[in-house]
Design a binder for this molecule. Structure first.
Ligand SMILES: Nc1ncnc2c1ncn2[C@@H]1O[C@H](COP(=O)(O)OP(=O)(O)O)[C@@H](O)[C@H]1O
Ligand SMILES: [Mg+2]
Length: 270
């Protein structure tokens, strides 16, 4: 049985006298410990897909279709039970770690309290230990000291590591990362992707990696969905889609992405 089975997922925004679909009949399966990449240009419905799975759609958006996580139909789940899954069995990592972290609390407090929110009865002391271990797992050096630092004392890449540590603390079965490297420098992007791949290997968590960069995702994901205007235009193994794209849109996406080696080539020739 798949960890996640999505059938006919549609997300629509209510307009004055009709609904505007931004995700239109999405189907996919994600096996346990699998890694699915969702690619597509900006506005293609990638974020609405992940928010629909998390039950976090903005006001005015409605979702229909079926989302089955580990045998449970999420679309039928009362919010109280969804809250127990969200941030615990399904964790989410967003593009901008700064806006997801509270500037007034140390990162350790934020990881520990997020953990305690899902583990009633766990002491502050134990949660702090969990926070330090999670920070070590994402290779934040000197974690036992850094746990008491505030978000602004970390670089962008290190803040994203903190967010991944927070996601990992509850040992989720599924991690959804929505453009987790878009706000970062190219070299740091590669490190964060490598970390996500490592986390998946070591913990066995399944991963949905959302990005507009086809090259980025094909390094980490086994399967790819290419989305355009809310629909899947192409899907297959990462190797297939990347090396032999069937759809003109996928080829255009590939061409639109500057390669690091191209950039180096350009730098050399100037
Ligand atoms: N609050 C909103 N009201 C109306 N339309 C929205 C809202 N949020 C997003 N959309 C529309 O939904 C579509 C899909 O958005 P999104 O899933 O965020 O795209 P992506 O993540 O692929 O860039 C876009 O066309 C966007 O304009
Ligand atoms: Mg998005």
């Amino acid at each position: 049985m798949s960890l996640l089975t999505v059938r006919g997922l549609t997300v629509a925004f209510r307009a004055i006298n009709h609904d505007v679909p931004v995700v239109a009949g999405l189907d996919f399966d994600l096996p346990r410990s699998g890694a699915l990449g969702i690619v597509g240009e900006s506005g293609s419905g990638k974020s609405m897909t992940s928010l629909a799975i998390m039950g976090l759609l903005p006001a005015g958006a409605t979702r229909t279709g079926s989302i089955v996580f580990d045998g449970t139909e999420l679309t039928a789940l009362p919010e109280r039970r969804m809250r127990a899954i969200r941030g615990d069995r399904i964790a989410m990592i967003f593009q901008d770690p700064l806006s997801s972290l509270n500037p007034y609390y140390t990162v350790g407090t934020q990881i520990a309290e997020a953990y305690r929110a899902h583990r009633s009865g766990v002491s502050r002391k134990t949660a702090r230990k969990v926070a330090i271990e999670a920070m070590e797992r994402v290779h934040i050096r000197d974690a036992a000291r850094r746990v008491d630092d505030y978000p602004h004392q970390f670089s962008g890449g290190m803040r994203q590591r903190v967010m991944i540590a927070m996601a990992l603390s509850t040992e989720p079965e599924l991690i959804i990362a929505d453009e987790p490297t878009t706000a970062l420098d190219v070299t740091v992007q590669a490190q964060i992707l490598e970390l996500l791949a490592e986390v998946r290997r070591d913990t066995g968590a399944a991963l949905i990696l959302i990005t507009h960069d086809l090259a980025v995702v094909s390094e980490v994901a086994d399967h790819l969905l290419v989305m355009r205007r809310g629909e899947v235009v192409e899907s297959g193994t990462a190797a297939q889609v990347f090396s032999d794209p069937r759809h003109a849109y996928t080829r255009a996406l590939l061409d639109a992405v500057p390669r690091i080696d191209d950039t180096i080539g350009e730098l050399r020739s100037t």
